[in-house]
Ligand binder design. Structure first.
Ligand code: NAD
Ligand code: TYD
Length: 360
């Protein structure tokens, strides 16, 4: 069956993996990558598929409602997979409003565009169970807040966001559900744990530390380093998105996670060891770069996902171990130092300098 799908944020980290998967796996689909190309968006992430006949790029900001209307009219999509967002917690602390604009207002703009386009099929009094049209919102486990030493986030966990980033994602999740309940918009939401892998912008923990080890800069570990995250290889996330987009239940939420919890300091030490091996350094060379710095305000202690629903209902589970995924990721960064140089030039470089100078 031929379909036309708008993927927002397709030039970013996760979005580029989702675009690549859909363009290559579904040659009968038309995939429109709609992205504003902010500091985090980079068309170099899609060089290998940019000439595919079923791929179209539209440089559009989701805050531009006229442009959204134009794109929806022009392509008449039957699906939207929404990944465009401001995604970095530290930036959200420095500039919360940017997150409200893109993550909240931008999402509502997209919901409005889809509602308008699909208006003839929507009927709140006789809810629509068809998967003909689908608005898929990609969200985060951070909306659930922080866990103590034990327990997991399930789809029923109460929302309790702490950072401006997670508050903006929680808000957008609520709007997506509200459009389902009020206007019968066919939606699905996934809340995923921390991703890692190729094309990850080097401001997040793993790619920042790989880049700093390559360039022999300090590795800034926030607070006591005992914070826990549940890491998932990005390609496994893209596979889950494909499954949920095609087979997820209308109006439902699915949690996605790696069953792979790591305390930051343990992960950083593993990364240092693997990097020393790959770079031929003496043991301990990279660990010597670890520098404990002032903690992130509002820092969530632990995230861990219970991904049993998506496992039981759709048969998804991660395909690579952390050791395999991390080794693949390190190899990719070592083979793509030009990419690293490009994305860390200009605006990002300036931002990083300011942010780092303010830590003590
Ligand atoms: P990213 O920062 O790497 O990419 C975001 C993309 O969105 C970029 O290409 C950027 O140009 C685009 N964008 C930003 N503002 C835009 C705007 N106003 N209009 C159009 N495009 C815009 O983000 P990511 O890490 O790939 O995350 C993608 C999505 O997945 C986000 O919604 C994020 O909340 C969610 N998520 C991320 C993780 C993670 O670990 N990275 C985990 C769970 C969920
Ligand atoms: P990050 O990659 O920013 O993802 P998130 O905050 O969305 O989980 O951070 C992952 C963890 O690593 C988090 O506990 C904060 C910590 N961290 C550091 O200790 N130092 C750093 O330089 C960064 C970017 C993160």
């Amino acid at each position: 069956m031929s379909r036309t799908i708008i993927i927002t944020g397709g030039a970013g980290f996760i979005g580029s993996h989702v675009v690549r998967l859909f363009v290559t796996k579904y040659p009968e689909y038309t995939i429109i990558n709609l992205d504003a190309l902010t500091y985090a968006g980079n068309l170099e992430n899609l060089r290998d598929i940019e000439n595919a006949p079923n791929y179209i790029f539209e440089k559009v900001n989701i805050l531009d409602t006229a442009e959204l209307e134009r794109v929806f009219k022009q392509y008449n999509p039957d699906g939207v997979i929404h990944l465009a967002a401001e995604s970095h917690v530290d930036r959200s602390i420095l500039s919360p409003l940017d997150f409200v604009y893109t993550n909240v207002i931008g999402t509502v703009n997209l919901l409005n565009a889809a509602k308008q386009q699909w208006s003839t099929t929507l009927n709140p009094s006789t809810p629509n169970n068809s998967t003909l049209n689908r608005f898929y919102h990609v969200s985060t486990d951070e909306v659930y807040g922080a866990l103590g030493e034990t327990g997991f986030f399930t789809e029923e966990t109460k929302y309790d966001p702490h950072s401006p980033y997670s508050a903006s994602k929680a808000s957008s999740d609520h709007f997506v559900r509200a459009y389902h309940d009020t206007f019968d918009l066919p939606v699905v939401i996934t809340n995923c744990s921390n991703n890692y892998g190729p094309y990850h912008f080097p401001e997040k923990l793993i790619p920042l530390f790989i880049n700093n080890i390559i360039t022999k800069k300090p590795l800034p570990v926030y607070g006591d380093g005992q914070y826990t995250r549940d890491w998932l290889f990005v390609k496994d996330h893209a596979v889950a998105i494909d499954l949920v987009f095609h087979k997820g239940k209308n109006g439902d939420t699915y949690n996605i996670g790696g069953f792979n919890e790591w305390k930051n300091i343990d992960l950083v030490k593993l990364l240092c060891k693997l990097m020393d091996e790959k770079l031929g350094n003496a043991a301990g060379t990279s660990e010597a770069l670890i520098t404990y710095v002032k903690d992130r305000p509002g820092h969530d202690r632990r995230y861990a996902i219970d991904a049993s629903k998506i496992n039981k209902e759709l048969g998804w589970k991660p395909s690579v171990t952390f050791e395999e995924g991390l080794a693949q990721t390190i190899d990719w960064y070592l083979e793509n130092t030009e990419w690293l140089k490009h994305v860390t030039s200009g605006e990002y470089q300036q931002y990083y300098g300011e942010q780092y100078a303010n830590r003590g």
